[in-house]
Design a protein around this ligand. Structure first.
Ligand code: XCC
Ligand code: SF4
Length: 632
């Protein structure tokens, strides 16, 4: 059969062929049908902000329309569009953080949501100067949740978690007046400033975007991660398996897909319920097999080792196996295409969030007040659907890869320090990691994150880049769909150290880690920020001085734009494998890929070829080492 060539992942290729044979479409078919994308949109030159337009600015200077009807220039239109993308991403991550804060607020000793990590709660309470002595842990939790919720709308003051950044970094932000206040306010300000007839200065719009993005990384996302850890536990290293081969022919297969752990944690509990297991037996299944997709998968694999079914581009393929009883989703990165596709198979596509109802799906609202009961009802639907499975349509590819996951900052410290300090039960420090970087055994570190995008061969951007970097003794931390690509490709197994350079290989062997560390979901990029921030403070330099880089080789979402911007604004150079829609403005391109370095000490690079990107990253890392006077 014809090689599809959509993906470097054979499982994906196999299932794409199955889709074709069965006459169902996938994202790759729709991408083809889309033909050439609109050139104006691609360059960010289309403005739909008011009804005098849409206005399209000619990309050629001196030829065609040079200004919108209101007089907005290409620079202004491109910058406005970019700022609105950042606001979209910031809103999405932050609303996730807010939801988790609400869950923490409703946590109780006899309810479904409990406090799992008291120590992390007490640390955060102390950081926020909340009284902890002689208080019930749940009273403390409620106050911490309230303070967190206030971060979204407080009328005065900077975001609290920004305090965690190194002094030098805070000064950079202060000097440029990009210290964000309340999270919601930053979103509103961007929406306001980008309304017709408001801010018309490209540079200023980019500053507003940077400021807003910080309210994502050091605000909403960090709140999401911190409070999820308190509620559901700080991830520790554990084994799992990845790719669609984790589905089981003789079990009820359930996929959780989306983002917020408040739903998936309850599904994890529900599939262990004896009554439901009994029901599964009664319908003729050997058990219930839960697997994850996208960031929800990252959340539950980090904390429970739940198997990873696949990443963003594979969501349709899960249904196409014909072996999935239910895909249960909450918010973000869920293809509307799953609704008509599920109808071609027996799969139940169940939406649960009032924020993401999808036409054609079965909506069973997940009620947090009775979370476990809700989760059980949803799982029951899946079990009862087992009898509808059409055996002739079932095809589960055999391939899956073992992976180690669960590398929170705490886990990394613990694991590294254990070698130096054999009997620690307290969380260790990052000193051993810093020592490895200073001595040059590790040349540096790279955070590789983000999505899949059919503009890039599926997983190719992630995996090529990772392989090149580890070969050059650069340790990798990863989240999101990039992490899942790594898990599937076997880069998260301890044996993968054989692909690493001598130095990294030695470190992996010594501390018993894989060369690519799974740090969680996309809100967990806040973990990476804290890792870099602590390293910088340990070495008494700004984050921008460290031999550390970031990359989003296959990014596609507004969230990714917000992430890229806060990573750069935090002083970390960031490589993009997909060109963002800004090329219509030379001014904006110059700001992002050049001037940003003078402003925040880091900038964007755009390089679709992962091998070239790797070379550029290595060079940059060596430059930073030299500037720090670190050994060659
Ligand atoms: Fe979504 Fe978070 Fe991108 Fe994956 S990496 S496609 S945003 S699931 Ni976040
Ligand atoms: Fe056109 Fe200006 Fe309206 Fe945008 S805001 S659509 S450029 S008139």
């Amino acid at each position: 059969m014809e090689e599809k060539n959509y993906s470097i992942d054979p499982v994906t290729e196999e299932l794409a062929r199955k889709a074709e044979k069965e006459g169902v479409e996938t994202l790759w078919d729709r991408k083809k049908a889309m033909k050439t994308p609109c050139g104006f949109g691609e360059q960010g030159l289309c403005c739909r902000i008011c009804a005098m337009g849409p206005c399209r600015i000619s990309p050629t200077e001196g030829k065609g329309a040079q200004r919108g009807i209101c007089g907005a220039t290409a620079d202004v239109i491109v910058a406005r569009n970019l700022a609105r993308m950042i606001a979209g991403g910031l809103a999405t991550h932050s609303d996730h953080g807010r939801d988790i804060a609400h869950v923490l607020h409703m946590a109780s000793r006899d309810g479904n949501y409990k406090i799992t990590d008291e120590k992390k709660l007490l640390n955060l309470a102390a950081e926020w100067k909340i009284q902890t002595e002689n208080r019930d842990i749940y009273d403390i939790a409620h106050e911490v949740a309230e303070v967190a919720l206030n971060e979204f709308g407080k009328p005065f003051g900077a975001l609290k978690l920004l305090e965690r950044a190194p002094e030098q970094r805070k000064q950079v932000w202060e000097k440029n007046q990009i210290i964000p206040g309340a999270i919601d306010k930053e979103i509103v300000t961007i929406m306001h400033s980008t309304h017709i007839g408001c801010c018309a200065n490209a540079e200023d719009l980019i500053y507003k975007g940077m400021k807003g993005s910080l309210a994502d990384g050091w605000g909403g996302s960090m709140i999401g991660t911190e409070l999820s850890d308190i509620l559901f536990g700080v991830p520790v290293p554990r084994e799992t398996e990845a790719n669609l081969g984790v589905l089981e022919e003789d079990q009820v297969n359930i996929i959780v897909h989306g983002h917020e752990p408040s739903l998936s944690e309850m599904i994890v509990l529900a599939v262990e319920d004896p009554e439901l297991l009994q029901l599964a037996k009664e319908v003729g299944a050997k058990g219930i097999n839960l697997a994850g997709m996208c960031c929800t998968s990252n959340e539950v694999t980090m904390r429970h080792g739940i198997k990873i079914a696949g990443n963003f581009a594979q969501q349709e393929l899960a249904i196409i196996t014909g072996a999935v009883e239910a895909v249960i989703v909450d918010v973000q990165c869920i293809f509307p295409a799953l609704a008509p596709l599920a109808k071609c198979y027996h799969t139940k596509f169940i939406t649960t969030s009032p924020k993401a109802k999808i036409t054609g799906a079965t909506h069973i609202e997940f009620e947090e007040e009775k979370a476990l009961a809700s989760a059980k009802q949803i799982v029951k639907e899946a079990i009862l659907n087992f009898k509808n499975r059409n055996k002739e349509k079932v095809f589960i590819p055999q391939a899956k890869s073992p992976a180690m996951v669960g590398y929170s900052v705490e886990a990394i410290k613990n694991q590294l320090d254990r070698v130096v300090n054999s009997n620690i039960d307290e969380i260790g420090t990052l000193k051993p990691l810093a020592d490895c970087i200073v001595s040059g055994v590790l040349r540096g570190a790279a955070g590789i994150v983000g999505c899949n995008n059919p503009k890039i061969k599926h997983d190719y951007g992630h995996i090529e880049l990772m392989k090149e970097l580890i070969k050059n003794d650069i340790i990798i931390v990863t989240t999101g769909c990039a992490a899942q690509a790594a898990a599937k490709a076997g880069l998260m197994s301890k044996e993968a150290r054989k692909f690493a350079g001598k130095g990294l290989e030695r470190v992996c062997e010594l501390v018993d880690i894989p060369p690519v560390l799974h740090m969680g979901s996309c809100v967990d990029i806040s973990r990476i920020l804290l890792l870099v921030s602590e390293l910088a403070q340990l070495l008494q330099v700004d984050m921008s001085a460290l031999p550390v880089v970031g990359a989003a080789p296959e990014w596609m979402s507004e969230k990714a734009v917000s992430i890229g911007t806060y990573v750069v604004t935090s002083g970390i150079d960031t490589w993009l494998g997909v060109v963002p829609p800004v090329t219509g403005s030379a001014t904006v391109v110059d700001l992002l890929t050049n001037k940003a370095e003078d402003i925040v000490g880091a900038k964007f690079y755009v390089e679709p070829d992962p091998r070239k990107a790797a070379q550029q990253m290595i060079e940059r890392i060596e430059e930073k080492r030299e500037a720090l006077g670190l050994s060659l």
